[in-house]
Design a protein around this ligand. Structure first.
Ligand code: A2P
Length: 340
């Protein structure tokens, strides 16, 4: 097959950089590669497959003759440029929340609902990072024993907010260790040596938008409109990887052994579960890897049909760049790049 013309919007950002790494590592068949960002980065040079590429300012005319456009430059930029890119003939894979809940936009995790890509209309949405890792782990179980209700608490790293937030954690940590006061800029409060139960804005019902996204997106991806989901999303002073404590209520009884058996054969999952040797996934050890890691699987003593588990994944890779590139790979393998 001919190499594809690829555009990356937000190429200078945290996820944009990871897009480049993942495309290179997976030997994605790239021909021409164009890197876009804001006008601030215009002229900056980055390497793709050992070749220097100049970053350009994103405009509506950036997408002529582009086959695949990977977007990770915030929802506003996606709303502004993704429709123009799709109109120019590119298939957009968008990492922002701009189009995720549009009924005509597939919201896809390749291990879970790849078939939803078939009838795309030129824009495909990459789900929220916390949603991706949760549905990868829960979908194989849901297929064998339908899930009725999920209660999840997240422990999300600062890389989910972007490079400025990672810098803020470093600066504040140094300030505090030097005996100085830490001044918050990216977050409403100090993030170093602290946890913040606020990710994105608060809604009328007391949930935050991040929590609401997780709840809605999970139902859309699993095609389970009636599924009960309640999330509490928390930012923690960790650079990379999101962790989740998840309580899952199934239709029928299920043992931890049953769940381990199913998960050990499921794609994209690594079981790390041996309390005797303190083996469980941790953000530090999972960072930089591709799998969704699951451990601490146990019976919920408060409900006969429920399990409790701990799920960790690299939010920049599986939670963003890798998932988007896997979507592009499915489009190629299935010959679904042409829109319906
Ligand atoms: P730039 O570096 O020029 O500001 P992160 O999530 O790590 O903060 O990165 C955000 C990415 O989105 C960066 O590549 C940033 O480019 C890009 N970006 C921000 N605003 C725009 C915009 N208006 N048009 C195109 N890219 C943008």
């Amino acid at each position: 097959m001919r190499p594809l013309s690829v555009a990356i919007v937000g190429a200078t950002g945290m996820v944009g950089q990871e897009f480049i790494r993942v495309l290179e590592q997976r030997h994605f068949p790239m021909g021409k590669v164009q890197l876009f960002a804001s006008d601030r980065s215009s002229g900056k040079k980055l390497f793709v497959n050992h070749t220097e590429v100049e970053v350009q300012e994103t405009t509506s005319r950036s997408f002529d003759h582009v086959d695949i456009a990977l977007f990770s430059a915030g929802a506003e930029t996606s709303r502004h440029f993704a429709p123009a890119a799709a109109k120019a003939g590119a298939v957009v894979i968008d990492n922002s929340a701009a189009f995720r809940m549009e009924p005509w936009v597939p919201l896809v995790v390749p291990e879970v609902n790849p078939q939803d890509l078939k009838d795309h209309k030129g824009i495909i949405a990459n789900p929220n990072c916390s949603t991706i890792q949760m549905v990868v782990a829960l979908h194989p179980l849901h297929r064998t024993n339908p899930i009725r209700r999920i209660v999840v608490a997240t422990y999300q790293s600062v890389s989910g907010t972007g490079s400025a937030a990672m810098e803020e954690l470093t600066i504040q940590t140094k300030q505090i260790l030097d005996g100085r006061n830490a001044s918050p800029h990216v977050y409403p409060h100090q993030i170093a040596f602290n946890v913040l139960p606020e990710i994105d804005v608060f809604l009328y019902n007391g949930y935050t938008k991040e929590e609401w996204k997780m709840m809605e997106e999970t139902r859309k991806i699993l095609h389970a409109a009636e599924l009960g989901v309640s999330a509490t999303c928390v930012r923690v002073p960790v650079y990379i990887s999101h962790s989740e404590a998840v309580t899952v209520e199934f239709t029928n009884p299920i043992t931890p052994e049953d769940a381990k058996e199913v998960l050990s054969k499921a794609p994209g999952i690594r079981l790390l579960d041996d309390p005797d040797i303190s083996l469980y996934p941790m953000p530090w050890s999972v960072a930089g890897t591709d799998d969704v890691c699951v451990g601490r699987i146990r019976r919920d003593v408060s409900h006969p049909n429920a399990l409790v588990m701990w799920i960790v994944a690299d939010n920049v890779r599986k939670g963003a760049a890798l998932n988007a590139v896997q979507i592009a790979e499915v489009l190629l393998q299935k010959d679904w790049l042409k829109r319906s």
